[in-house]
Design a protein around this ligand. Structure first.
Ligand code: LMR
Length: 340
């Protein structure tokens, strides 16, 4: 009896050892089949600077991690609209976003609205002095207390204004219902020219313009063109009054929990995607404006020197009015970096 049981124990042990070895042999294959998935949600079309850079990042992340990370990009508000995507990131339902800088104040980081201030940047080089310098890095750090890690700033471009009537003089804005993003600075900007700002999610803008819920809007040409807003807006004014760009952000807990070598590879992929994005943003916007013009559906107007001066005069006080919300020191630090 004891002899039999000894034999059966030995047999069981052998079976166990064999199955453990088989499991171990399978492990690499199992890992290869289940990469770490990063869901990257955004609200614009694929054929925009942000859309293209997200695709670029996904491809580069796959290459640099040798397939250990799979970035799934969900464009065009497919998964979430503006407000919902921020909540989804914090809850961990998605891991990565690139919201416009105008959409961060509801998280409690009002400083990001500094990017919305009219005429705060003259051009991309002014902007890059801030986003790539100490001021930009300090702003990204502010997100950590919200459970978010800021990885990079991505560009879009300088905004144009649109409506179904010509927008030349400041008075032309009086009483117009203008769609804006959820930013108090943009609200103040529209009110400063007598317009009535209305916050709407990006995915709702085309329909709101089409049905007359709002009369007009502002955005860089790349967004306007790819959402076909020009089909429902007869006039576009190249006003270059403000900038629209992005912060690429991840859920901090997810990011910190990644193996160090994977995080390093993803950092490199993000760096490459950011370089790529910076190289295409301005050109994409120039081409989009050309394409809008070519449709013949929308008249493009460029402000004369005199109109530009009046326009600046009307909007510039917003910088001062918003000091108490955004911080006088931050605004002067941005102005200082931009002036370098
Ligand atoms: C908008 O809502 O107008 C923009 O933020 C969309 C975007 O992400 O470029």
């Amino acid at each position: 009896m004891s002899f039999l049981s000894h034999r059966s124990v030995r047999r069981n042990l052998m079976v166990l050892t064999a199955s453990a070895a088989a499991t171990l042999a399978l492990l690499p294959a199992a890992f290869a089949q289940s990469p770490i998935v990063i869901k990257f949600s955004h609200v614009v079309a694929i054929d925009t600077p942000k859309g293209k850079a997200a695709e670029f990042f996904a491809k580069r992340a796959g290459e640099l991690t040798k397939g250990k990370v799979k970035v799934e990009v969900y464009p065009n508000s497919q998964l979430y609209k503006d407000k919902e995507e921020m909540e989804a990131l914090q809850l961990g339902s998605v891991q990565m976003l690139a919201p416009s800088l105008s959409k961060f104040a509801p998280l409690g980081v009002k400083e990001f609205e500094a990017f919305d201030l009219p005429f705060i940047f003259d051009d991309y080089s002014d902007l890059h002095a801030v986003t790539q310098g100490a001021v930009g890095q300090k702003m990204l750090k502010k997100l950590e207390s919200r459970g978010i890690t800021g990885l990079a700033f991505w560009d879009n471009g300088f905004k144009v204004m649109s409506a179904n009537k010509p927008l030349k003089a400041v008075e032309d804005y009086k009483g117009l219902k203008m769609r804006i993003q959820s930013s108090k600075v943009l609200d103040a900007q529209m009110r400063s020219v007598g317009a009535l700002p209305q916050v709407l999610a990006f995915s709702e803008v085309y329909q709101a313009l089409q049905t007359g819920v709002v009369d007009g809007t502002e955005n860089p040409p790349s967004n306007m063109y790819t959402q076909k807003m020009h089909e429902v807006q007869k006039h576009v004014t190249v006003s270059n009054h403000g900038y629209l760009g992005y912060a690429v952000i991840v859920n901090k807990k997810f990011w910190d929990g990644l193996p160090a070598d994977i995080r390093a590879a993803l950092d490199k992929a993000m760096k490459d995607a950011t370089t790529f994005e910076k190289a295409i943003a301005q050109r994409d916007n120039d081409l989009a404006l050309e394409a809008i013009k070519k449709t013949g559906k929308t008249e493009i107007y460029t402000l004369s020197v005199k109109e530009q001066a009046e326009w600046r005069k009307a909007l510039l006080p917003v910088q001062k009015d918003m000091e108490s919300r955004i911080g006088k020191d931050l605004i002067s630090a941005i102005n200082k970096e931009a002036a370098k």
